[in-house]
Design a protein around this ligand. Structure first.
Ligand SMILES: C[S@@+](CC[C@H](N)C(=O)[O-])C[C@H]1O[C@@H](n2cnc3c(N)ncnc32)[C@H](O)[C@@H]1O
Length: 189
């Protein structure tokens, strides 16, 4: 399975034109551009990354594709996402994507960490639309990846009654990435 493509395929089904989405780990901007194409020119995408370089690359990518007016590129920790989403967009996020770990061919010391990932997930809950979707792609192969994946798994398990959860993994590969799709269930909040 191509996990990043699968995450995008499933998110696409949940995003209507004109809606609001968040890329919690912008990196090179591939998912950000994907989200911008889904929400279209009437929508909004928030794209966050801890690395200034990543935000610059994301801004360039979306600008070259004609989506600069749709995407708000934010150089920040995704644990602080609430500081960047204005009141009128809270509770209206239709989709948020996490592609955890580090950016390939970049500074590998900047890697997502369990405590901030969980804080970001906690905050995201209050920003998500009632049937909103969170996509989380996690990698176990780097030093803190297994711990982070287990932390995410625990966070999701505690909320099983509130969300419809799908978990995808390549069972033939012990170091397979894990993709979770976590969708709000209307009326459960
Ligand atoms: C696997 S890459 C994301 C790839 C990206 N989705 C793309 O399409 O190119 C993970 C990114 O998470 C960023 N990151 C790590 N910790 C972060 C944090 N606490 N808040 C925001 N971004 C973070 C890294 O800088 C890195 O760019």
């Amino acid at each position: 399975m191509h996990f990043t493509m699968e995450a995008q395929r499933r998110c696409r089904e949940s995003i209507d034109p004109g809606s609001i989405a968040i890329d919690m780990t912008a990196g090179n901007g591939l998912d950000t551009l994907f989200l911008a194409q889904c929400v279209g020119m009437q929508g909004t995408v928030y794209a966050l990354d801890l690395q200034a370089d990543a935000i610059a690359r994301t801004a360039l990518r979306v600008s070259q594709a004609g989506y600069a007016s749709v995407v708000r590129c934010i150089h920040a920790d995704h644990a602080d996402i609430a500081d960047h989403v204005p009141l009128e967009h809270r509770g209206k996020i239709s989709c948020a994507m996490f592609n955890l770990g580090y950016l390939p061919f970049s500074d590998k010391s900047v890697v997502t960490q369990a405590p901030t990932t969980l804080r970001a997930l906690d905050t995201l809950e209050s920003l998500l639309a009632p049937c909103g979707l969170i996509s989380i792609l996690s990698y176990v192969g780097h030093p803190t990846g297994l711990q982070e994946s287990q932390a995410v798994e625990g966070w999701i398990a505690q909320r099983a009654s509130r969300y419809r959860i799908e978990r995808m993994v390549d069972e033939s590969n012990g170091a397979s990435p894990i993709l979770w799709m976590v969708r709000g269930v209307a009326g459960s909040g």
